[in-house]
Design a binder for this molecule. Structure first.
Ligand code: URA
Ligand code: SF4
Length: 195
């Protein structure tokens, strides 16, 4: 199977998935989207109201910020891949619970293996905690970790983990927005070929 077929297979499984209770309240699952050859993979927390309605990641207010951040370093959204820890929206945007993450995470793990990015940027606490645990890194507060580069070895080579604040926080906190703009410059200057 090639990458496209593999990803299609994952997406079909997500569309039929009932492994946790979130399928009951979702309108649309949000598997993720972008280039399967992306050098950078952004990982958010879970779909919100707009994402659930459209079945696409980061299309609401947080998405607008993410678009601005990408534009600030001249990267086209179509060149990256954008996914979430959970593929279905938790009711009222509540935090994901541990059982939901455990049920859903195999999809993200598979997406990482298919895309084989050079950089993974987890957005916000839930994505950062998961990615740090996955790669055997010790996680501290996001206020200490954001914008730093953590190199790890994977089965498909060395990658950089660059944890970031969640763009949703920047919708009400201009200081965080500035910090995100700064941290995106770190992404731009790390070994990407697409910038
Ligand atoms: N917030 C997220 O974490 N993910 C989305 O897709 C949208 C908002
Ligand atoms: Fe399945 Fe994940 Fe949706 Fe739960 S959140 S139903 S595990 S796709």
């Amino acid at each position: 199977m090639n990458k496209e077929e593999e990803m299609q297979r994952i997406i079909s499984r997500i569309k039929d998935c009932r492994k946790c209770d979130l399928w009951k309240s979702r309108l649309n699952p949000v598997p993720g989207e972008g280039s399967l050859d992306a050098e950078i993979l952004f990982i958010g927390e879970a779909p919100g109201y707009n994402e659930d309605k459209q079945g696409r990641p980061f299309v609401g207010r947080a998405g607008k910020i993410l678009d601005e951040l990408l534009e600030s370093i001249g990267i086209d959204r179509s060149k990256v891949y954008i996914a979430n820890i959970l593929k279905c929206r938790p009711p009222d945007n509540r935090d994901p619970d541990v059982d939901e993450i455990n049920a859903c995470i195999e999809y993200l793990d598979r997406q990482i293996e298919i895309i084989q990015p050079k950089i993974i940027s987890p957005l916000g606490r839930f994505a950062c905690e998961y990615i740090f645990k996955k790669y055997g890194l010790k996680y501290d507060k996001i206020s200490k970790m954001h914008g730093k580069i953590f190199k790890v070895n994977t089965l498909f080579g060395s990658i950089s983990i660059i944890p970031l604040y969640h763009p949703a926080v920047a919708t009400y906190n201009p200081m965080i927005k500035n910090q995100l703009l700064e941290d995106f410059k770190t992404i731009k200057t790390s070994e990407l070929n697409i910038c």
